[in-house]
Design a protein around this ligand. Structure first.
Ligand SMILES: Nc1ncnc2c1ncn2[C@@H]1O[C@H](COP(=O)(O)OP(=O)(O)OP(=O)(O)O)[C@@H](O)[C@H]1O
Ligand SMILES: [Mg+2]
Length: 497
């Protein structure tokens, strides 16, 4: 045989598209060409593959080799094509039989000695491979990640010789298994450490239960950052579908996916010097940004007013649609970005505006300028606005210690289960239509809502957001219907300025 075909996959965002690696060996002067829009890392593949094949003890043909990566108009990069190209050359030179190789897809970067290095995007590759009904052969170091998608049969291999022996049916490989439960990492801090701040704790519980966005405003040192960091510990567990989406996004990011975080909600806290691209994602080969890495979890923006306004405004669209489309000259990619926004800030540059101590000496103009860094549309997308005020040391000492995260989480999980049973999603994701069905307002609530809408000039979006929060208050109280007390509490969290 002089022509061989091997299945591989190219990554575009979190989509792994099928690529046919065709290897043709013909007479002529010894040469090796790769065609089909390969980027630099793929062009260099021929040198790695040549050394790997020779060093693993196989023969590299001294003829004219043409490697075509089809479809030709799909950009391809990374070292993931090394293994399929090597297998293609070995098939074309009849050093390998076709039978087993025809049932597999391959991905992996080769070292010069023939050993395999891990690739990024193992999980989305496995998910796409499973849909086509093929077996995935990839480096052992990323096999556990690929095996998280249990619908795919995955084999992890250490080097080229092992792949050859497997394809020649000289050895049997064990299917890869996902990370064991006990190896998971628990990182969350406990709410028990937070003294006082009962209103903020309540708002945090509501945010966790309904998936609502939250903004905390208060003077320095009142515990805003501390509270936000404890949100991860009270969030309900991730369902399998979202957990796979979360792992897939992290898998194609620069940092990769750490299997110990499997089924844990992500908590991303970018610094306020982060650029727009770092936040939403980008690059010539688009990579996910912080908002996509926070998919299924929390995006925490500490010192919100310090973020440039242009950076914050890029959040408006994903906050509404739950995804982000990135368009670059050569490529387009779409990443999921359904995150919960939690933010903290001081009310003014000195931080003490509104405190009874009268410590603040910022001028009204300065305060306005500081607060105007946040656009109205962004604030409108935040359902819960709370003050985290200064607390008196003496009364704090006397107050009861706070409830532990485990107890709060129990209530949160119960409330979230109710939501999933009823509408199939968290309250924050309920559509306007679903709200009329699941959070119907009785006459009393309706009267309160129309009065509030008139007085506070609430937009219809704000009214819907209010109704969603009221539904969460009712769920935490285990109430089937939304009562006026629930709506009144929700109104209390509305920004009035
Ligand atoms: N309510 C609280 N209970 C226990 N410790 C607290 C509380 N508030 C503040 N602290 C202590 O103060 C430290 C600073 O709190 P934190 O960083 O949360 O303040 P902050 O409100 O975010 O301030 P800044 O506006 O300056 O960012 C905490 O690490 C903690 O030790
Ligand atoms: Mg802080």
């Amino acid at each position: 045989m002089t022509l061989a075909r091997v299945r591989a996959r190219a990554l575009n965002g979190v989509t792994a598209t099928l690529v046919d690696v065709e290897v043709d060996i013909s007479g002529g002067l010894p040469a090796c060409h790769i065609v089909g829009l390969p980027e630099t890392a793929v062009k260099e593949s021929r040198d790695r593959v040549r050394s790997a094949i020779i060093n693993a003890g196989f023969e590299f043909p001294q003829r004219r080799i043409t490697i075509n990566l089809a479809p030709a108009d799909l950009p391809k990069d990374g070292g993931r094509f090394d293994l399929p190209i090597a297998v293609g050359i070995l098939l074309a030179t009849e050093q390998l039989p076709v039978q087993v190789a025809a049932t597999c897809e391959f991905a992996g970067e080769l070292s010069l000695d023939g050993s395999l290095r891990p690739i990024s995007g193992a999980l989305p590759t496995a998910s796409a491979c499973a849909k086509s009904g093929f077996t995935l052969v990839l480096p052992a170091d990323c096999a556990a990640e690929a095996a998280l998608d249990q619908s795919c049969s995955v084999f992890g291999v250490n080097d080229l010789s092992e792949v050859v022996r497997f394809l020649r049916e000289e050895i049997k490989l064990r299917p890869a298994v996902a990370v064991a439960q006990e190896e998971r990492l628990e990182t969350a801090l406990d709410l028990r450490d937070v003294q006082g701040q009962f209103q903020a704790r309540r708002a945090l519980e509501l945010a966790a239960a309904g998936g609502h966005n939250l903004l905390m405003v208060g003077p320095p040192g009142s515990g805003k950052s501390m509270l936000a960091q404890r949100l991860a510990g009270i969030l309900p567990p991730l369902d399998l579908k979202t957990a796979l989406e979360v792992a897939a996004v992290h898998s194609v990011s620069r940092g990769g996916f750490d299997s110990r975080f499997w089924q844990q909600r992500p908590f991303q806290a970018p610094h306020h010097t982060a650029s727009g691209v770092a936040l939403v994602g980008g690059g010539s080969n688009p990579r996910p940004g912080e908002i996509s890495l926070a998919h299924g979890g929390v995006l925490f923006l500490d010192e919100l007013a310090e973020f440039p306004r242009s950076v914050l405004d890029v959040l408006r669209e994903p906050l509404e649609n739950g995804e982000i489309h990135i368009s670059r000259a050569a490529r387009q990619a779409c990443f999921p970005a359904r995150f919960q926004l939690v933010a903290a800030m001081n009310p003014c540059p000195c931080g003490y505006h509104g405190e009874s101590s009268g410590q603040c000496n910022c001028s009204l103009e300065l305060i306005n300028r500081y607060q105007s860094r946040l656009s109205g549309p962004l604030l409108d997308r935040i359902d819960l606005h709370i003050a985290v005020p200064w607390q008196d040391y003496q009364s704090l000492k006397k107050s009861e210690p706070g409830e532990a995260s485990a107890d709060v989480r129990e209530r949160v999980v119960r409330a979230r289960d109710l939501q999933l049973e009823r509408g199939g999603c968290s309250n924050s994701a309920l559509s306007g239509q679903a709200l009329q069905k699941f959070a119907r307002l009785n006459a009393e609530c309706d009267a309160l809502m129309s009065k509030a809408a008139n007085q506070l000039r609430l937009s219809l979006r704000s009214c819907h957001r209010l109704q969603r929060v009221a539904r969460t208050v009712a769920d935490l109280a285990q109430s089937k219907s939304v009562e006026v007390s629930h709506l009144a509490e929700a109104l209390g969290y509305r920004r009035t300025r």
